[in-house]
Structures are given as structure tokens and as C-alpha cells.
Design a binder for this molecule. Structure first.
Ligand code: ADP
Ligand code: ZN
Ligand code: ZN
Length: 680
């Protein structure tokens, strides 16, 4: 009987592979290969693992070796390159390989039955003919766009490029034309078929772009990968990518780990967006992994943004990345909006709106144009309070407030999801007159509707779009012109191309100016530019309003607003980078964060203290363990320990040794390590 030893990784925190024996079930069964999935029993569980090595012998005594139960022969193996990507991510983020490789696969691939896999494969065979679509007219690129598209498509080898283009400059068109050139080249037979990976920050941006891409590329199979897909769909799209049938793969951050055997170009739209960072489990940066992947394959990668991350900006300054610029809006006669500050100390708001903003809204309503009010805080009010005794609606389980959700008649904690009915009277003194403090999107909606009873007001936030498909429906109704005033959180700030929108009002951006997080101003700037960029995307109509952005602030003199008004990211980014260099912050230093959590804060802190002293650390700055700003979430206390190093390899080498020591520490704290943390 044919047999061999397989090294297998599993989705477990144990940092190793496991030896199993394979024996052919009959003469015809092919020998298993690296990258194939196998079913086996591990402890008392049955699980699916992946083969990462094969050999003739094992150090495990023969009587202790277990047999694998089945090899998933119907699925072609994951490639060595894909495994190398996972291995890099595992090493870099200090996680076991199995915890990177397996969770990256569709859930159904790891199921104990192959029904879903077989069905997915069969469906793909039937649908190998690509979708039907009516081809559409393609915009004639302007010279700057053309130059950029040509430069991207003609690049050979690893060529990271920042496509730095103001909002509405037509970056999407550049990506798609570059993609078209690359696909056409392989169509002409010289090469293997090509695959193009396009990453976008948000699920709710994929349908718009997906429709656009399908229309642009009739006859080309397009796959989408994001967390909003049903399992069956996810399996089919993943398989289409893995088998090389899908030529364009559009997805959110998780798509960076897709199997793409013929990858020839990677695009990261809005590369600065924080959602490219996974914030739980394997805390990876999809942007950084994408750059590594492009480097590994020797292919071009495009990072697009109007407000690039300082890391990327830094790379263009040092010449590591090439910078291509689009300075003007693409649509003829569309110009960047005029941005103004409204001093809230002089023009006192009522219902959260200054009189200047109210008149601007009125004008839009009269002219049948759309307005957007941006308030990045959902709910009715962030807290309710009792004037008589000073009680406030603290969450009993977190260091935070319970948020008033008036339409739902609930108090909700946004951190632990605790929900309570709104108390009829103060729990401490019985006062029945409890007051909402502050303003969220629901309260703004109520006030606006009272002020403009005729106006069609629509709120888009995580609460109003809970049902599947409802976000898309809401955005569609804005596009169809069924909405006069749109209220939204950051969900509405990104990417959307609203043609009839001429006014953006920004409410309450000031809190981020004084955050303890050194990245807050970089983020605020990007967010303001993004949301401002929703205005004036079409040419000004005859008798219509010039597009305008009004920022309501108590700090009109703040330099950040001056930079937003000047649409001057260059200067702002350059000055932020100088500050970072002086303060020795990223990208001039490399960081990792050890987090610990426990029922009691002392346990977490004690673990971190032990961690800080368990190893020599020359060349590494080890800060003191501290409680996290929001210390308690869902009855768990959290603390952190920041470490820094001026060299990336130095940090990596240290972390590997350190992790080995940390695993030896006996503690009741749950802990995890994050490399390149973004929220400190
Ligand atoms: P960005 O991503 O840079 O903010 P988009 O790609 O969304 O910009 O493009 C903004 C608008 O400009 C879209 O409506 C798009 O169809 C249009 N557009 C892009 N390129 C051209 C062009 N060359 N001529 C005319 N319109 C264009
Ligand atoms: Zn009270
Ligand atoms: Zn809570």
C-alpha cells in the first residue's frame, strides 16, 4: 500500500504542525500534495487541516501516528506562493501558520462534509461562461488619467505606486483602464490568464463598483469577496478565484488572503482607510500584506487616495513608492467645493445647526438639490442624565455610557451591546425629568424634520441599515433623487458618487482635535476631505448652487481646518511627518502592543509586568504597563504594554524570542500581541 507522512497545520493556537500518516485507500488514490486539505481527528474533534509538508518518516513513534481520514482531492492544492504569503503573515504577526491559513478559507471548505465544496465546483463548471452585460461607453481619460493608467499597466516587476488624486479625480477609471490593458495583454495569448485584485474599504461600496466593473468588462468573470456574502456565494467566488476563472476579484480586506494563482495587479482604493486593519484575531494590515504580496510576485500595486496614509506618504518621499498625481476633478466643470468654517461661538447652533448652515440647507431645498449632514455619532444622544442628582447612564459593564436610542426605546452600550429599557425616572433620586445630553444622528433627524417638515430626510447609519440589503437600498434612493437631506455617519463619507449633492455640513468634528491618539488628526483630516469630497461631483447647473462644505467648529483657528480649506494635503502631511519624526513616532519607529485582559485589572497588569521583565531587551524600548483608556468592556479589565524599536527586523527578532517566553508565563489573564498597532 502507498503511504507517506504528512505535516499538517490546524486552526489552533499551538504553534506547530502535526504529523499524520496517509495510506492510499486504494491503488488509484493519488499521493497527497502540499497545499491540499485533509480531514482528520485531533484530540476528540474531527477537523480539516492543511498539508504543509510531506516526508517518508516521522519522529513520532509509529504506534502514536494517526491516519488522516480523507484527502480533499477534488480541490486543487493551494499554491506554494499562497502558503508563503500565509507563512509571512504568521511570522510577521507572531501567530501560528494554521491560524492564518485556515480561517482565510471559506467556512464551508473546512466543513466535515464535502457537499458544499462539490456543489460549488459543479456550479462553477456550469457557469464558466461569464455574465451577460450590455457594454457601456467608456469615458475618454483625460491626459493625467491616461498617463497614470499607462504607467501602471506598463510597469514591470514590483512597482508600488501611489495614485494621489483629489476626490472625484477619476481614480476608479484609472484602475479599470490599467486593468483592461493588463487583461487584454494576456488575452492576446502571450501569458497565462491574468487576475486583478481590487480592494475597497467597505462592503457597501462593492455593489456600486461591482456593477460598474461588470458593465465595463462583459465576458470577464468577476468575483467578490467580503463578509456580507452568504456562505454558498462565498465558496463559489473563492473557488472561482482559486481556479483562476475569475479575472477580476473585488473585495474588502479579507480578500488579500484569497488564493489568486494568476495575480498580475493589485489595486487598493482609499489605501489610508482604517478598515484595512483587522482589529481582532489576526490583527493584520491588508494594505501591508498586499504590498508584500506584490513584492513576492514581482507585480505592480497601486495605492489610491486623496489623503494617503502617512506611511505611504513617507515611502513616496523616500522614493520607495512612485507618486502619480491627479490634480483636477474628472467631470468637466466639476470643481472642488468651497470649504468654510462656521464659528459656533458666534453663530450659536439650535438643534445642532448654526443659522448659516440652516440657510444653506434652505437654499438647496428650494433649488431641488441634495445636502449631506455628517455626524459621526449614532443614536439619539450619547448619554442621558439627571439634573437633580447628577446621575448619568453609565454602562454597568464598561467604562462608557449607555447611548439613548429613542426610536427603539432603548439605552444601548455600543461596546458590550447591553440593552435596557429607558428608565421612567432617575434610578437614584426618582426624578422623572431625565435629559438627553449631546446629539447623535437620530436627534439630528428629529430636529431637521421639525424644522423642514416638507423635506425628505434620510438617515444612514449602522442602526438604520441593520437588515441585509438595506444600506444598498438607502444609497440607491439617494442616487434616484428621492432624498433631500441625507444624515449620516462615516458610512456615507466614503466613495459614493452623489451627482446632485451641492452642500455638505460637518457637525461636531472638534473632539478628534484633542484626542490622546496621535493618529487622530491624520484620520480627521482624511475623513473631512472624504466627506467634503461628496459635494460638487457634477458640474454646477445653471441657476444651481456652487458646491460648498460648512464645518461647524469651536476652534476655527485650528491649523487642521486651514489645511482642509486649502485642500492642501501635501503641506499638512509633510508637517505631520515632521512632528512624528521629532516625537519618534511611526513611521519613524516600529511598535508592537501586548494586551492583556482579566476580570481584575491587577491580574492583567501583573502579567504585563512579568512580560516586561522576562527577557533581555537591548535596543527595545519597553514602556510601562498601563490600563487601556477604556479600561473595562463587558466586565473585563484591559491593560497594555507598548514596545518600540527603531528597526523592523530588530523588532521582529525580539518578538519571536519574546513570544516563546510569554507562552511560559502562568497567568489567568488572556493576552495577545499586536504588531504595528493603530489604536494605542
Ligand atoms: P475618485 O475615486 O477619484 O473620487 P471617481 O473614480 O469616483 O473619482 O470619479 C468621479 C466621477 O468622474 C465619476 O462620476 C466618473 O464616472 C467620472 N469620470 C472619471 N473619469 C472621467 C473622464 N475621463 N471623463 C469624464 N468623467 C469621468
Ligand atoms: Zn437623579
Ligand atoms: Zn457596555
Amino acid at each position: 500500500m502507498k503511504q507517506s507522512i504528512l505535516q499538517i497545520v490546524l486552526d489552533t493556537p499551538l504553534d506547530s504542525s502535526f504529523d499524520y500518516r496517509w495510506q492510499a485507500s486504494d491503488e488509484s488514490e493519488a499521493a497527497p500534495q502540499i497545499g491540499q486539505l485533509v480531514q482528520l481527528s485531533f484530540g476528540r474533534r474531527e477537523v480539516v487541516g492543511m498539508i504543509v509538508g510531506t516526508s517518508a518518516e516521522s519522529e513520532v513513534p509509529a504506534e502514536k501516528l494517526k491516519n488522516v481520514q480523507a484527502v480533499r482531492h477534488q480541490l486543487p492544492p493551494l499554491s506554494a506562493q499562497w502558503l508563503a504569503l500565509c507563512r509571512f503573515a504568521a511570522d510577521y504577526y507572531q501567530r501560528p501558520l494554521g491560524e492564518v491559513a485556515l480561517p482565510g478559507l471559506p467556512k464551508n471548505l473546512r466543513a466535515l462534509t464535502t457537499v458544499a465544496l462539490d456543489r460549488g465546483l459543479k456550479k462553477l463548471q456550469q457557469s464558466s461562461a461569464a455574465h451577460d452585460a450590455t457594454p457601456i461607453d467608456v469615458a475618454q481619460l483625460n491626459p493625467a488619467q491616461q498617463q497614470a493608467a499607462d504607467a501602471i499597466a506598463s510597469a514591470t516587476g514590483f512597482a508600488p505606486t501611489l495614485l494621489y488624486g483629489v476626490t472625484g479625480s477619476g481614480k476608479t477609471e484609472v484602475y479599470l483602464q490599467a486593468a483592461a490593458q493588463i487583461l487584454a495583454r494576456s488575452e492576446n495569448g502571450a501569458d497565462n490568464p491574468s487576475q486583478i485584485l481590487i480592494l475597497v474599504p467597505e462592503i457597501n461600496l462593492t455593489p456600486q463598483l461591482e456593477g460598474n466593473i461588470r458593465a465595463r468588462f462583459p465576458g470577464v468573470m468577476v468575483a467578490t469577496l467580503h463578509s456580507g456574502l452568504a456562505e454558498g456565494e462565498r465558496m463559489r467566488h473563492w473557488l472561482a478565484a482559486h481556479l483562476g476563472q475569475a479575472r477580476i476579484i473585488l473585495g474588502t480586506r479579507l480578500a488579500v488572503l484569497a488564493s489568486l494563482p494568476h495575480l498580475k495587479l493589485i489595486v487598493i482604493d482609499e489605501e489610508h482607510d482604517p478598515s484595512y486593519k483587522q482589529q481582532e484575531g489576526l490583527r493584520y494590515s491588508a494594505r501591508d500584506l498586499a504590498v508584500w504580496r506584490a513584492h513576492q510576485l514581482g507585480i505592480p500595486i497601486v495605492l489610491g487616495s486623496a489623503t494617503p496614509s502617512l506611511e505611504t506618504w513617507h515611502h513616496t518621499q523616500s522614493g520607495r513608492y512612485r507618486k502619480l498625481e491627479l490634480r483636477e476633478r474628472a467631470v468637466k466643470d466639476a470643481v472642488l467645493p468651497l470649504v468654510r468654517r462656521i464659528d459656533m461661538e458666534r453663530d450659536k447652533p439650535s438643534e445642532g445647526l448654526t443659522s448659516t448652515l440652516v440657510s444653506a440647507l434652505k437654499q438647496r431645498l428650494e433649488r431641488g438639490e441634495q445636502s449631506l449632514l455628517f455626524l459621526n455619532r449614532r443614536g439619539y444622544a450619547p448619554v442621558i442624565a439627571c439634573d437633580a442628582c447628577g446621575w448619568v447612564s453609565n454602562c454597568t459593564r464598561c467604562t462608557s455610557f449607555m447611548v439613548l436610542h429613542k426610536p427603539e426605546h432603548r439605552l444601548r452600550c455600543h461596546h458590550c451591546s447591553l440593552e435596557l429599557r429607558i428608565p421612567k425616572s432617575c434610578p437614584t433620586c426618582g426624578n422623572v425629568d431625565l435629559q438627553p445630553l449631546g446629539r447623535g444622528t437620530q436627534r439630528l433627524e428629529e430636529g431637521l424634520q421639525a424644522m423642514f417638515p416638507e423635506a425628505r430626510v434620510l438617515r444612514i447609519d449602522a442602526d438604520s441599515t441593520r437588515r441585509k440589503g438595506s444600506a444598498q437600498a438607502a444609497f440607491d434612493s439617494v442616487h434616484r433623487g428621492e432624498v433631500d437631506i441625507l444624515i449620516g455617519t462615516q458610512m456615507v463619507a466614503k466613495g459614493h458618487d452623489f451627482k446632485n449633492l451641492t452642500l455638505v455640513g460637518i457637525l461636531n468634528p472638534d473632539t478628534a482635535l484633542f484626542s490622546h491618539d496621535y493618529r487622530a488628526s491624520e484620520r480627521l483630516f482624511a475623513q473631512l476631505m472624504q466627506v467634503a469630497g461628496r459635494a460638487g461631483r457634477a458640474a454646477q447647473k445653471e441657476g444651481g448652487s456652487a458646491s460648498e462644505v460648512l464645518i461647524q467648529t469651536r476652534y476655527p483657528q485650528h491649523p487642521l481646518y486651514a489645511a482642509v480649506i486649502a485642500h492642501d494635503y501635501d503641506r499638512f502631511a509633510t508637517s505631520l511627518l515632521e512632528e512624528r519624526a521629532q516625537a519618534c513616532l511611526p513611521p519613524y519607529i516600529y511598535q508592537a502592543l501586548l494586551r492583556a485582559e482579566a476580570k481584575e485589572l491587577e491580574i492583567a497588569i501583573e502579567f504585563l509586568q512579568q512580560a516586561a521583565h522576562c527577557i533581555e531587551h537591548d535596543g527595545i524600548t519597553m514602556h510601562d504597563p498601563i490600563p487601556m483608556t477604556m479600561t473595562r468592556v463587558a466586565n473585563v479589565d484591559r491593560a497594555q504594554l507598548l514596545i518600540e524599536c527603531p528597526s523592523r527586523p530588530g523588532l521582529q527578532a525580539f518578538l519571536t524570542d519574546w513570544m516563546a517566553q510569554l507562552r511560559q508565563i502562568k497567568t489567568r489573564a488572556k493576552w495577545s500581541l499586536e504588531v504595528d498597532p493603530v489604536d494605542i
